[in-house]
Design a protein around this ligand. Structure first.
Ligand SMILES: [Zn+2]
Length: 270
């Protein structure tokens, strides 16, 4: 934990803000950090990933801990299995997207999605299949053919909908306008925050960093949390774009922790 020194900068009102001047364990870069550093510090998520890779410092530490506990390094089978899985994944990506580079795959997916949306829009005037009567009719016909029961994959879809959103697909469709309003309000509050005070603000967008809501907007809507809390700076951080994509609508903090952090930032004032 290489903290070089602790300094204080002007914070909210007359308060001072504690800043830890740290040295990155991966690339030795010296940088400021607000949160108290743990065993290892990294200047960027990129450095953290590097450290987790084979031969990286986190990897070496994990191997050492594993060795101390089990007397061996990572079991060979596990590594061989992981490599095989990786190879299968690479092949699938190559076949499907004609590339294995994550950023390029993302771009291809985006293009495909945009194309599908445009086609939907041209043909049906909406991008939501659940709002197209033709599709609903077809679904109903399939259900009738099936003796009134939804197909197996349809059953799975409904089940996963209920576990994800706490409601059926039909109910979900009804919440779409509300959901969009909620998102818009959260986003507008978000952009009014002092984003420049956040780490990696300078790398937003083209620099490979996205603004992320730690407690996700989707979950905020689901649990009826005030947009002012979800959009507050206490809930924001810049994270590596690829990490943001894999995070999706998952939350990286719990609700009690969000409330705690929100209170600290606003001192209880809304
Ligand atoms: Zn670094």
């Amino acid at each position: 934990m290489p903290i070089l020194k602790i300094k204080y900068i002007p914070g909210k009102g007359n308060r001072k803000r504690r800043v830890f001047v740290c040295q990155c364990d991966q690339c030795d870069k010296i940088f400021d950090r607000y949160g108290k550093p743990k065993a290892f510090v990294f200047c960027t998520n990129k450095c953290r990933y590097e450290a987790q890779r084979k031969g990286g410092i986190l990897d070496i530490r994990n191997r050492r801990l594993f060795r101390e506990k089990h007397g061996v390094d990572y079991p060979m089978q596990i590594e061989a299995f992981a490599e095989k899985q990786d190879e299968i994944r690479r092949q699938t990506m190559q076949e499907r997207y004609d590339t294995t580079v994550p950023n390029k795959i993302w771009a291809v997916k985006k293009r495909q999605q945009e194309k599908r949306r445009q086609t939907m829009l041209k043909r049906y005037g909406t991008i939501h299949p659940t709002q197209v009567s033709e599709f609903i009719e077809k679904q109903r016909a399939t259900m009738e053919e099936n003796g009134g029961y939804p197909l197996q994959n349809e059953k799975t879809r409904i089940k996963s909908f209920i576990s994800r959103f706490g409601m059926s697909p039909e109910e979900y469709t009804k919440t779409l306008p509300e959901r969009e309003t909620y998102q818009r309000v959260v986003r507008s509050i978000t952009e009014q925050q002092a984003l420049a005070t956040l780490l990696h603000f300078d790398k937003r967008g083209a620099g490979g960093y996205d603004l992320d809501h730690k407690f996700s907007i989707a979950e905020g809507f689901k649990q009826s949390i005030l947009p002012a809390i979800i959009g507050n700076i206490a809930n924001l951080e810049f994270i590596d774009s690829s990490a943001n994509r894999s995070k999706g609508s998952k939350c990286s903090i719990t609700l009690p922790n969000l409330f705690k952090s929100f209170d600290k930032h606003t001192q209880g004032q809304l």
